[in-house]
Each structure stands twice: as C-alpha cells, then as structure tokens.
Design a protein around this ligand. Structure first.
Ligand SMILES: [Ca+2]
Length: 214
C-alpha cells in the first residue's frame, strides 16, 4: 500500500506540475479567425478590439479573407500606412489588465505589399500612460515573415510615459506593433496574423523555418 500511496503522490505531483506548466503556455492574442471578411476591427485611436494611431496611419485595421492577403488560416489583418510621416502604430486592446511579464516573447506573422517603404517593426506594450517597445526590430518584407520579439527588462525600452517596466508589463492594457520608415515614400499595406505571446522564446530553428524561403 505504501508504494501505491507513494506512486499516487508522485503521479499527483506530476499532474499538478503539468497543469501548472500548461496554465501559462502560449497565448494567441489574435489570429483574426473570429472576424468576418471586410470587418473594420480598428477604426480609431480609441477603438476595440484594435486601435491605430500615428501620422503615418492611412487606413483602419481591417479583417480580410482575400486570398491575396492571407498569412495564416482563413482570415488575416490589414493596416494601411503612408510615408514619409513619422510613425504608425496598431494595438490589440485587452479586456482587463494583463500580466505580460510572465511571457518570454511575442511573435507575429507579417508582410508588406511593397519594398519601397523600408519599414521597421517593433513590438509594443502599454498600460495606458506608459509604453515600452522591443529592442528587437524587424524590416518588413514582401514575403511572410515570423517576427519574434523577446520580452524582458533588458529586451525592452520605454518610449512614452514614466511608469516602470514592472508596472507596465504586469498591468498591460494593450499590446501591438510600432512602424517607422527609414526613408520610404508612398502607400503601404501591412498584412499581419497569428499575434502570439510565448512562455518560451521560439528557437532560432523554428523562426528560420518560416523566414527562410524554400
Ligand atoms: Ca488568421
């Protein structure tokens, strides 16, 4: 009986440990599959579930099922920019404050309809008054690319406000992406999908599978 009890305790411990690890896991912030074709999901700087702002913003965040724009699944997100205005930004608004500090990385699949814009992308987290952005920055490409942004005190820098890293990351109200151009001009449509928070940084090998062409 003793060994049975021991085994049961061990098994229970494994179950609890497993449940604890599964409790965080990866969180899909948005994969756009819940929206209908052409649905405007981010029309203003104060809208939900998405918002958009910045002088380079040229169009709303819109869900699309058009095959020309598909990145993953049946629906992707679109966002319109125009350069050389300083910057554009999109954010997914959370229903309640979220502890983003528990995650190790954010990822998104993204592409641009043009090479001319020379656009750089960063991951951003905000608690309202204060915003931190990733040190890691990607160049948009006309090919779909999975961008992986590490999350951590030394992986992000404050660009707006005065709240500390912990206050912002532990009480995040919105997260998304900042866009700037390094000399581009004209209109640009950004397609994005599978915005995910990861409890482990996806390995370089996994990232490579998506970013490197066959
Ligand atoms: Ca999708």
């Amino acid at each position: 009986m003793k060994s049975l009890t021991c085994g049961a305790v061990f098994f229970t411990a494994v179950l609890i440990t497993g449940a604890w690890q599964a409790a965080l896991g990866d969180m899909v912030v948005d994969d756009f599959e819940s929206y209908h074709n052409g649905q405007i999901v981010g029309p203003t700087a104060g809208s939900t579930p998405w918002l958009r702002f910045g002088g380079a913003t040229n169009d709303n965040v819109v869900a699309t099922k058009h095959e020309k724009w598909l990145v993953s699944g049946a629906t992707s997100g679109l966002y319109g920019l125009v350069w050389p205005n300083p910057f554009g930004a999109i954010r997914r608004v959370f229903d309640q404050p979220m502890d983003v500090s528990a995650y190790r990385a954010a990822s998104v699949k993204m592409l641009s309809d043009t090479h001319r814009a020379q656009t750089m992308v960063r991951f951003a987290v905000s608690n309202g008054p204060t915003t931190f952005v990733s040190v890691k920055e990607y160049t948009l490409d006309t090919r779909p690319q999975q961008m992986v942004f590490p999350i951590g005190m030394d992986k992000m820098v404050r660009v707006v406000g005065s709240d500390g890293y912990a206050a912002v990351l532990q009480g995040a109200l919105k997260a998304g992406f900042d866009f700037r151009s390094t000399g581009g001009e004209g209109y640009e449509t950004v397609v994005f999908d599978d915005f995910v928070l990861h409890d482990e940084v996806p390995t370089a090998k996994e990232e490579e599978k998506v970013t490197v062409a066959d």
